[in-house]
Design a protein around this ligand. Sequence first.
Ligand SMILES: [Fe+2]
Length: 260
Amino acid sequence: MKILFIGDIFGQPGRRIVKECLPRLVEEHRPELILANAENAAAGFGITPPLVEELLDMGIAVLTSGNHIWDKKEILPYLRDHVDGRLLRPANYPAGAPGHGLYLGTTRAGVGYAVLNLQGRVFMPSIDCPFRTADAVLAQVPAETRIRIVDMHGEATSEKVAMGWYLDGRVTAVLGTHTHIPTADETVLLHGTAYVTDLGMTGPYDSVIGIEKESVIQKFLNQIPARFEVAKGDVRLSAVLIEADPQTGCARSIQRLPHQ
Ligand SMILES: [Fe+2]
């Protein structure tokens, strides 16, 4: 079966290109499962309940997130109330955080799948251990659910590569998000886990990771807090396509799609 995972959808330009390009990608590749990271969908910072619905309506089955999931206050009651919802936050936030980091679903063809959202701790908030959390959460996934997709939201390449090897053979894919810069290391690891360090951003590339570049450069120059606006130019969609065996959960291939 084919699984399409779309990298960090950034602001309105990111949402618009998904809406424009997804029907064509679906027609061309026929993915049975479409997933996306959407923690920056609302003007680059967080996501709101209407935007969750907007993205799910485009055909995305589950939305993952990361450190920015808490940015919009209206998402907190949404996460709390939608206990089985299709918007995930990283599973390794300390106990008591609203929401959940694991989704168990079934595709239209009847294939069971699990999506697990984790967050790194290197150069990021010092939350619970993502490695031990992965062990604990995977223990909750029914043994017969072989398709298991992990979004490892992290800053450090080393931590993401380590997670890939740590989960190799136990999950279908470990896909990095957060840096917004696509990496050229997609591969199927030794025991059948598809891996890439970062999917890259779905949003404006004429920017500094999605933000108008002048304001970010000023911030680096003078360290004074600046107002960050979503950039507009050179909008691209970043995604990978994974082909996996639904019987074993092993990946056969992972392919970075050309930027749309
Ligand atoms: Fe992030």
